[in-house]
Design a protein around this ligand. Structure first.
Ligand SMILES: C[S@@+](CC[C@H](N)C(=O)[O-])C[C@H]1O[C@@H](n2cnc3c(N)ncnc32)[C@H](O)[C@@H]1O
Length: 397
């Protein structure tokens, strides 16, 4: 998509081409393109409309019903905040009294649109002309033109001090192997991003979930967010927006599209007690692990670690929690392929779910080596207990 093709799709001919494309799309792309051309749609417009219809279809997972009227680029859709996550953030900003917001690097506008829906006036910029054009098209498509102004500009040129709050979701090139954080991979540059809280105390930064806790500005809140068990982002809430040192936010989007949320908060510095394994094992949600709130979860469920370095918790009685998957342990054995194979054969296990933390074993290779067979299902956890490689066989969940 180019800025020109987005403009073309917004003309009356473009709207008609999009309608025809959504009727035709779904099968063979070449056949769809010639069917559109047969209806008198010029080739360039036909290609743009078919691409857009395909992107809208993919975007439903992030944007729900709004996707049908929005505009996307492939990269913009990939980087966009899911609407449920952007909506939560916007509600929190509005509740904190934010009325005007600068969105620096707005992408196709997910966060800006969510803020506007909470009544916040947004000045959104993106350095990429094509992306800025798409963001502007989305503002118009969702009828939020009174609240959002989009400009193609470099974030570093914005007079951020004019706004109640600033939001930045910098673009990142993929860091090389083993490198968790590379400031050079950020655009706008990390130095600019990191200095924002000094210029505008109410700053929110959206960052990759692997971000180092040491990069949190003093006094800021670090929030890690998961959606349906997938870790999706970290957010640093700075200045007066910080409410707690660390927060894990778990969002569940049910099939009926109702959204539920659970939050765990704490210091991120506490240590969980360490003891023996137990009858129940808890595999914490990745947001809990990344926000360093395993000790808080341990306290909540009366649990313990069996290895100080590994984030599996254990209890002797079953405790319900939304913050972890619970498994019922049937056998604990020092890891040995031979013993494990014999045990699984004895139990008639043909279907095995394998989880691991602190084990270098490759689950798929192990599955082959175990030569499974039988009518039963089970879960296997590969981990360490007091430093020793250990296998825990659990009832299937
Ligand atoms: C991760 S995306 C933002 C996604 C957005 N929050 C959303 O949900 O749609 C980052 C955006 O920053 C833009 N960007 C990168 N460097 C920039 C700069 N110096 N000034 C303005 N925008 C920039 C990129 O073009 C990209 O669209």
């Amino acid at each position: 998509m180019t800025a020109e093709s987005t403009a073309l799709l917004r003309t009356p001919e473009g709207v008609t081409a999009l309608e025809s494309a959504s009727e035709i799309a779904g099968g063979d792309p070449l056949a769809a393109a010639s069917a559109l051309r047969a209806r008198g749609v010029p080739p360039e417009l036909a290609a743009a409309a078919l691409t857009q219809v395909d992107l809208r279809r993919r975007a439903v997972a992030k944007f729900g019903a709004d996707a049908a009227s929005m505009f996307f680029t492939r990269a913009g859709l990939e980087q966009a905040t899911r609407a449920v996550v952007a909506g939560r953030r916007a509600r929190r900003l509005a509740a904190a009294g934010v009325r005007t917001l600068a969105d620096l690097g707005c992408g196709l506008g997910s966060d800006a649109l969510a803020a506007a829906r909470e009544g916040i006036s947004v000045y959104a910029v993106d350095a990429d002309p094509e992306t800025a054009a798409v963001a502007a098209a989305n503002v118009a498509a969702l009828g939020l033109g009174d609240l959002v102004t989009v400009e193609c500009a470099d974030a570093t040129s914005v007079e951020v001090e004019r706004y109640d709050a600033v939001f930045a979701d910098p673009a990142r090139r993929k860091a090389g192997r083993g490198r968790v954080f590379d400031p050079r991979s950020y655009s706008p540059p990390w130095d600019f991003i990191a200095a924002l809280p000094e210029r505008v105390p109410r700053t929110v930064l959206k960052l990759a979930p692997g971000i180092d806790h040491d990069l949190l500005p003093p006094g800021a809140e670090g929030e890690w967010v998961s959606v349906d068990g997938d870790l999706v982002e970290a957010a640093f809430w700075c200045g007066p927006l910080a409410e707690v040192p660390r927060r894990a936010s778990l969002i569940q989007v049910s099939r009926e599209k109702s959204v539920k949320g659970e939050q765990l908060t704490g210091t991120g510095a506490a240590k969980a007690p360490v003891g023996p394994t137990g009858a129940f094992l808890y595999d914490p949600d990745p947001a809990v692990v990344r926000s360093h709130l395993v000790a808080e979860l341990a306290e909540l469920i009366g649990g313990r670690l069996a290895d100080p370095e590994i984030a599996y918790l254990y209890t002797d009685v079953a405790v319900g929690t939304p913050f972890a998957r619970r498994l019922e342990v049937t056998d604990v054995l020092p890891f040995s392929l031979k013993r494990l194979r014999a045990l699984l054969r004895e139990r008639g296990v043909g279907r095995l779910e394998i989880r691991k933390r602190g084990s270098a074993l490759e689950p798929e290779q192990l599955r082959k080596d175990l030569r499974l067979g039988g009518p039963n299902a089970a879960s296997l956890v590969l981990t360490r207990v007091s430093g020793a490689p250990t296998a825990l066989l659990c009832k299937a969940i």
